[in-house]
Design a binder for this molecule. Structure first.
Ligand code: F6R
Length: 605
């Protein structure tokens, strides 16, 4: 969702900024723009559509300079258009913005009364014109006053026409980093933007103002005092953020799952038992917990559904899984002996972050399961477990889901140990089963071509139904989300036993049904449900373990998974469902890595 890059240094800022925006493309956007100190003032070029449209404009009327800001916009207020694209501002001030200015209507009418004329429908232009109205030669004073007056969430990169060579950055509830190069410096929404120039960065805290110039980056506290920042070194490199010969990031990331799982699990094992010493988490965090609340959005929430079954089955602790955007407004019942677990790949999802803050206000311990180091959820949670998926560039989450699920296994084992619902030897055996399952994953990935040919059958479908029971139901929900979000086919997942309570009326001749039947202990029941849809003409794709005794007449095609204990099949089955979604999207000619209307990091409500 929206990307920001700012640059000051000896190189041509236009090249660096465009390259930075390209690295942020994965976040999703619908227009882009750039402002550069060129000649006597700031030159701005903006274009609706992909970055190539902006490049074309810049090729027709070249611009160059050594300092500037750039942005990829994901429309919230006002349609995607050249005009609404960022940067916004005046001859004196230009800025780019991620987030939403909530009181923009009120500010807009005040500024209009003062004589300002608005050219766009965006909330961002309000911030830009407000800043212009406040600027009297002291950028820090004007920015401080602006942030006092605006409400909402923002990360801003700003140029003042009479301060060539300087980029100002400030944020609240939206991430913004400052990165230190050799004789050049950067402001960005995400370190991925500038990884090919530097790995050294720090994150800005709320209200801090950074001033980046060629000579360095100075940071001021909200009160105006200089602040010393702790510099981090990014562990991701540019290579990891490239496609490596795969046609799409999504396929590459699906194939990276065995490594991502090993990288996430192994550091959390000690003598064959789960241990979060590596994350600085004391064992007592898991002791005596009344209830676990797992809160997240989308795919991360579906990983939480798997977690619920695992923790309840193994540790016998009640677990609730909630959608963050609902939980935060429900006045949830939380008690101090509960634990709130927030799962988030990006660590920046606005609703998940709000839940984290709500839990902290209520004095409930919080644990973040996060992929992006230094992200806001990771910094604000009482404890954090980093998943080691590496950068996930495709908008549709794949390897991040698998590693989140792997952390759910480890948490369930650790909680079972604390609650003494399982003995040490039983837990060791479970850890071994988990590791063996991960090593079977390549055998699912080997079925890539076979799954591609099944996907051809789905490409013309209007609706696809996913059915499952127990862990397979949790997984079906993720499978349906993955397929619908990148192929634009309507997909729905149902608990197989619920079918007869309404949904079965939608099953007619030829309607595709993906029957996820990996839970051997529920196989009899599941097969009955498959027979029910088959009898109504459904075209059934079965996903089951090798050797599962299922009569060939009840399905049309099957994907067989290597045998594994029921508890661990989600790690194998999800890869098959991801490949199915991927190939269906490819067959339909969709933009696999950047599906329409979606963004990678959802930093607005
Ligand atoms: C779907 C997908 C989204 C995210 C959701 C939460 O493929 O990626 O549903 O899972 O937006 O994002 P994070 O995990 O960054 O909080």
């Amino acid at each position: 969702m929206c990307g920001i890059v700012g640059y000051s240094g000896p190189q041509n800022a236009v090249d660096i900024l465009l390259e930075g925006l390209e690295n942020l493309e994965y976040r999703g956007y619908d227009s882009a723009g750039i402002s550069v100190f060129a000649g006597n003032g700031i030159t701005t070029v903006k274009a609706e559509g992909r970055l190539k449209c902006l490049r074309e404009k810049l090729n027709t009327s070249p611009v160059s300079g050594h300092c500037g800001i750039a942005h990829t916009r994901w429309a919230t207020h006002g349609e995607p258009s050249d005009r609404n694209a960022h940067p916004h501002g005046t001859e004196r001030v230009m800025l780019v913005h991620n987030g939403i200015i909530e009181n923009y209507l009120e500010l807009r009418s005040r500024l209009t009364a003062e004589g300002y004329v608005f050219k766009t429908q965006t909330d961002t232009e309000t911030a830009a014109l407000l800043l212009d109205s406040l600027y009297q030669g002291d950028p820090l004073a004007a920015i401080r006053e602006m942030i006092r007056q605006i409400e909402g969430a923002y990360a801003l990169a700003i140029l003042f026409a009479d301060r060539p060579g300087e980029v100002y950055g400030v944020r609240k509830d939206n991430p913004l980093i400052a990165a230190l190069g050799e004789g050049e410096n950067f402001i960005a929404s995400d370190i991925a933007a500038v990884l090919s120039h530097t790995k050294r960065f720090f994150t800005l805290e709320e209200g801090e103002i950074a001033v980046a110039s060629r000579c360095g980056i100075t940071v001021y506290s909200p009160e105006g005092a200089p602040v010393e920042k702790k510099v981090h070194t990014a562990t991701w490199d540019v290579e990891q953020a490239r496609k490596d010969g795969y046609p799409h990031f999504m396929l590459k990331e699906i194939f990276e799952q065995p490594k991502a799982l090993r990288d996430t699990i192994h550091p959390r094992l000690k003598d064959g038992l789960p241990s979060f010493e590596y994350d600085g988490i004391p064992e007592c965090l898991f002791k005596g917990r009344g209830r676990i609340h797992i809160v997240a959005c989308g795919t991360a929430m579906y990983a939480g559904l798997v977690g619920r079954d695992l923790i309840e089955t193994l540790a016998r602790i009640p677990v609730e899984v909630q959608i963050a955007s609902e939980f935060r407004y429900r006045d949830p019942i939380l008690s101090k002996d509960d634990l709130v677990v927030i799962i988030s790949q990006s660590g920046e999802t606005a609703d998940s972050l709000a839940v984290l803050r709500l839990a902290k206000q209520r004095g409930v311990p919080t644990l973040g399961v996060v992929n992006v180091a230094g992200s806001t959820i990771a910094r604000e949670a009482d404890y954090v477990i980093y998943t080691h998926a590496g950068p996930e560039i495709a908008v549709a989450s794949t390897k991040a889901y698998s590693v989140q699920v792997s952390v759910m296994y480890l948490l369930a084992f650790a909680m079972a140990r604390s609650a003494r619902t399982l003995g040490e030897e039983e837990i060791r055996a479970k850890v071994e089963e988990l590791l063996q399952t991960v090593e079977k994953l390549p055998r699912v990935l080997e079925q890539n071509n076979a799954i591609a040919s099944i996907a051809g059958r789905f490409q013309e479908s209007e609706s696809i139904f996913f059915l499952g029971r127990g862990l397979d139901w949790a997984l079906s929900q993720e499978g349906a989300l993955k397929l619908k979000e990148i192929s634009y086919i309507h997909c729905e997942a149902y608990a197989a036993g619920e079918l007869k309570h309404g949904t079965i009326s939608l099953i007619t001749n030829g309607v595709p049904v993906v029957a996820v039947a990996t839970q051997e202990h529920l196989l009899g029941k599941m097969v009955s449900n498959i027979k029910e849809v088959k009898a109504r003409g459904a075209w059934v794709l079965l996903l089951a373990q090798e050797g599962s005794p299922i009569d060939e007449e009840v399905y049309d095609q099957a994907i067989r998974l290597p045998k594994a204990p029921d508890l661990f099949t989600p790690l194998l089955a999800v890869a098959a469902l991801q490949l199915l979604a991927y190939h269906t999207s490819v067959c339909r000619g969709c933009d696999v890595d950047k599906p329409r209307n979606l963004a990678k990091s959802v930093t607005v409500e």
